[in-house]
Design a protein around this ligand. Structure first.
Ligand SMILES: NC(=O)c1ccc[n+]([C@@H]2O[C@H](COP(=O)([O-])OP(=O)(O)OC[C@H]3O[C@@H](n4cnc5c(N)ncnc54)[C@H](OP(=O)(O)O)[C@@H]3O)[C@@H](O)[C@H]2O)c1
Length: 378
């Protein structure tokens, strides 16, 4: 019987407790929660110190969200020789190196499978594949909120209305910035690239553009181009390292990601031996995510100790990455005119442009045209 402490009794934490209550191999004996509900009163911990000092607790399950104090709590747990499972991508993306080193030093496990893909066992299987295969690319739809919005907009709905529906259905937070501007998917790309390529990139080095400025007219334009827009993350082995970026991408109908509906995710690897393997499922949601958390705990119970990989800090290298773009801006300039191949209803299709150059141009241009939108055509 493994004894666990739960940090956070919200959407996922509450689900984890419900699942574990049905089992006889793990028991949650302590819960840290800001405003605990009466039904958990007998298990509430006073503070993190009480959990750290409890010699009976083998594993700490961190489901608070945010980087602080999650980092300090997880650090204290690892230093006290307790295994840690977390679903917190912001924490892992920012502190992967420190936390994996601490886990190794103290001979305990640090697992985070639900941090990328919610209910999808993506990281676990990516790590399993890479033991024998060389991963050439990881890519996919790794954010359910933006996929829900883009899917809803296919029926002519405006961005603001699709976002409102996502919020009403619990698929988007009151502050949707992390989802619609790409921060969330970029963190998941950082973690996926760390597991696939042993490359620990800094979030801010990865070019990112979200879907905040997409319009119903853009969606209609994509239809005339015979394409569907998805917010995609790409991490690809390149000549000099690994290229990585996040951008809206116009897919052809026969590409598997083009038909991913609602708030679902599809995340794929391309391996030298395996070719393409794709993982499709619910990227969010109480019980899918909680089930993945419990699976990580069971892996630890079965003796799993290693992190998925041994990533080392390295810079992103996008020097090989270039492709065409759809660009809509109210103020065309020499850069766009010089790169224009064809144009349509208020938009330009460019020739191949380096990813770094495109993102740099868009960032500068957005200062004078905040409604600008672009999407990759790969
Ligand atoms: N929801 C999903 O579908 C999903 C999917 C994949 C991964 N995740 C990840 O799972 C983690 C938890 O997500 P969630 O949706 O369960 O969040 P949530 O519903 O907001 O739950 C977090 C809980 O922790 C409490 N809390 C926060 N800081 C605390 C502190 N310092 N001390 C004590 N309690 C504290 C919160 O209380 P207050 O509300 O009072 O602040 C809340 O009850 C996040 O890292 C998220 O990214 C979630």
């Amino acid at each position: 019987m493994m004894k666990a402490a739960l940090l956070g009794y919200g959407t996922v934490g509450g689900g984890v407790d419900r699942i574990i209550q049905e089992r006889d191999d793990i028991r949650i004996t302590r819960i840290l929660e800001k405003y605990p509900k009466p039904e958990i009163a007998d298990r509430v911990a006073r503070d993190m110190d009480e959990i750290v000092a409890d010699p009976e607790i083998d594993i700490v399950i961190e489901l608070l969200g945010g980087v602080h104090p999650a980092f300090e709590f997880v650090k204290a747990a690892l230093e006290a020789g307790k295994h840690v499972v977390t679903a917190n991508k912001a924490l892992v993306s920012a502190y992967c190196k420190e936390l994996t080193a601490l886990a190794e030093e103290h001979g305990v496990a640090f697992r985070c499978t639900p941090a990328v893909g919610g209910g999808i066992p993506w990281l676990h299987n990516l790590a399993r594949c890479r033991r024998v295969d060389e991963i050439r690319e990881v890519r996919g739809i790794m954010n359910g909120t933006t996929n829900f919005i883009l899917h809803t907009m296919l029926s002519g709905t405006a961005f603001e209305d699709a976002l409102k529906t996502a919020q009403e259905l619990g698929f988007a937070e009151a502050d949707p910035t992390a989802d619609i501007d790409g921060w969330d998917i970029r963190r998941k790309l950082v973690i996926s690239a760390a597991v696939a390529f042993d490359l620990l990139a800094k979030e801010e080095e990865i070019p990112m553009f979200g879907i905040r400025t997409i319009t119903a007219q853009d969606i209609a334009n994509f239809r005339t181009l015979g394409r569907t827009c998805k917010l995609m993350a790409y991490g690809t082995k390149s000549k000099n390292g690994v290229s990585a970026y996040v951008e809206p991408t116009l897919l052809l109908p026969n590409e598997p990601e083009a038909s991913v509906p609602a708030n679902y995710n599809t995340i794929s690897l391309d391996g030298k031996l395996n070719g393409i393997q794709s993982f499709y499922g619910q990227g969010t949601g109480r019980f899918p995510t909680a089930a993945n958390v419990v699976s990580d705990c069971l892996d630890i119970l079965a003796g799993e100790r290693d992190f998925y990989a041994k990533p080392v800090p390295a810079s992103v290298d996008n020097s090989d990455a270039k492709h065409a773009y759809y660009v809509r801006t109210a103020h065309r300039d020499a850069f766009l005119t010089g790169n224009c191949v064809t144009e349509g209803n208020g938009f330009v299709i460019t020739k191949d442009i380096s990813v770094d150059e495109m993102h740099r141009w868009a960032k500068e241009k957005a200062a004078s045209d905040p409604a600008l939108f672009f999407a990759a055509i790969r």
